[in-house]
Design a protein around this ligand. Structure first.
Ligand code: CS2
Length: 501
């Protein structure tokens, strides 16, 4: 196909025979949602649900205004603006089929670094009913071991000193809610869409800590008036690659500078707890439940933790993608054993869900050969993920006398990975982590002090004082440093486990 069509509002009708396009009048939309953190996941999930809803029913008051809090968000803003805030979502099916759809639910995008007050005003605007967040697991600024707000973060200190031009999300929420309270406007809902257990409660706790330091009366008002629904969010969304952009052009004839690709599966389970109304997302597949706790725990401790198991062990082994790792029989067996023996025993019953079927479906989803989800993405920011995804399971198993071997090998592998930055074949690994230097320094000490890595208290808390854990870990880390053949250690753990059953 030679002629491709540039993605924008004017050209939308030309795309109608190629993919689903927005059928609603975008000029009539209002921004009922302000969303902080417009990355791939927001665009494959909340913006997708909202766009689908608009195609099905009258929901034009629920348009999305994106907000970027970092200079690095400028590229996304510029590209989306150039495309009238439209983008293409490509659904990659395991049989190789790719379907596409243009999403039109985003109608604006603001960069706080350009004009912080404009962002505060937008959140405080009467049209805004929900401020939703995908700020990553690390964005919540809580101490992984104690769960308390970290006031010593320099950005927090900055925001306390400059409440009119904050850097972090808590500063924006506080300033905007203050404006709403002072002008007698009802509050918005603060809706977290990150993989943090009790994400709504956690957001509330962090916001109250920050706002309380600045203005205790405002914190009381927030506590009494603002809703923070907990939610479980799910859709595997790999990083967009140059070949995805090319695929969109050659296979669909569309020129879009930053499409998103994702798996067909999608899930959103939300507590129906909103301060000022919400879109009828249930019409397009979201589930509203009274208590999301068992769903989110199940997802984080099986899917996200499962990803981390494959991510870290697989990186050292030399795998590059999740499907590559999970179609390796040893990795598949190890992953399933981790899920069955360590993750499942500490989960609660989830009404209407058979955990065996859920685990089968995860392994099937991970195996989608068309997704090519890179291990580098999975291992990204492990310091913010592992405490929530994996270390929590280790702690619960230690308390209950359960097995810890499968998960402990992942921690030992993380140490080796942080220290050497190499696969077992000596191939350099692309490590991106806010704590990369601290992790490297701590891991580097391993050869002199085998527990050196565990001394990173903000990550491991007091695990270092648990003898059962340290003995297991020390043996594994020593074995790995002697010979980084991770497959040998995985086989050994599986064999030992078989003997104990
Ligand atoms: C992944 C998640 O970042 C990670 O480590 O486990 O991004 C995962 O793909 C999503 O949560 C799926 O819903």
């Amino acid at each position: 196909m030679n002629k491709s069509i540039k993605l924008n509002q004017e050209n939308l009708p030309l795309l109608a025979d190629k993919m689903i396009i927005p059928t609603y009048d975008r000029s009539k939309m209002k921004a009922g949602i302000v969303h902080v953190g417009v990355g791939g996941f927001h665009r494959s999930h909340e913006a997708y649900y909202t766009g689908s809803l608009m195609n099905e029913s009258d929901a034009l008051d629920w348009g999305i205004c994106g907000v970027g809090l970092r200079e690095s968000d400028r590229k996304m803003r510029d590209i989306l603006k150039e495309q009238d805030f439209l983008y293409t979502l490509m659904f990659k099916h395991p049989d190789g089929t790719v379907k596409a759809r243009v999403i039109g639910s985003i109608i604006d995008f603001m960069l706080s670094v350009d004009d912080p007050m404009a962002v505060i005003d937008r959140m405080a605007h009467e049209d805004t009913k929900i401020v939703s967040l995908t700020i990553t697991e690390g964005g919540y600024n809580f101490h992984p071991a104690t769960g308390e707000f970290m006031f010593d973060n320099p950005d927090v200190q900055h925001d306390l000193a400059h409440p009119e031009a904050p850097r972090l999300v808590f500063g924006y929420l506080t300033a905007a809610l203050k404006k709403r309270r002072d002008s007698g406007r009802p509050p918005f809902t603060v809706q977290s869409c990150d993989n943090v257990q009790h994400n709504g409660d956690m957001t509330k706790k962090m916001l109250l800590a920050f706002a309380g330091r600045l203005d205790p009366e405002l914190a009381e008002w927030i506590e009494a008036n603002v809703c923070f629904p907990n939610a479980m969010v799910d859709r595997i969304t790999p990083v967009t690659t140059a070949s995805d952009i090319e695929y969109l052009r050659t296979e669909f004839g569309v020129r879009g500078a930053w499409p998103v690709t994702c798996e067909p599966f999608c899930q959103w389970v939300i507590e129906d707890n909103f301060s000022s109304g919400r879109p009828a997302w249930e019409k397009v597949g979201a589930q509203f439940v009274p208590d999301v706790t068992p769903y989110e725990k199940m997802k984080i401790r099986l899917l996200n933790a499962g990803h981390s198991v494959l991510g870290l062990l697989g990186s050292i082994h030399g795998h590059e993608t999740i499907d590559g790792a999970v179609t390796d029989p040893l990795f598949a067996k190890y992953l399933r054993a981790f899920m069955d023996v360590e993750a499942t025993p500490v989960l609660d019953e989830v009404e209407g869900i058979n955990l065996d079927d859920y685990k089968d479906s995860l392994i099937e989803r991970f195996g989608n050969p068309n997704i090519k989800d890179s291990l580098a993405r999975i291992c990204l920011e492990s310091s913010a993920k592992l405490p929530k995804f994996l270390i929590a399971t280790i702690n619960e198993n230690l308390a209950a006398g359960g097995s810890i071997d499968y998960a402990t090998l992942v921690i030992a592998a993380w140490c080796y990975y942080s220290d050497k930055g190499l696969s077992r074949h000596g191939v350099e690994l692309d490590i991106v982590d806010e704590m990369k230097d601290e992790l490297h320094l701590a891991a580097m000490g391993t050869e002199d002090d085998v527990l050196s890595f565990l001394r990173l208290e903000p990550i491991f808390g007091d695990l270092i004082n648990n003898e059962r854990f340290t003995q297991t870990y020390a043996a594994m880390v020593q074995a790995l440093y002697e010979d980084p053949d991770i497959a040998r250690l995985m086989t050994q753990i599986l064999a030992e486990e078989q003997q104990t059953v």
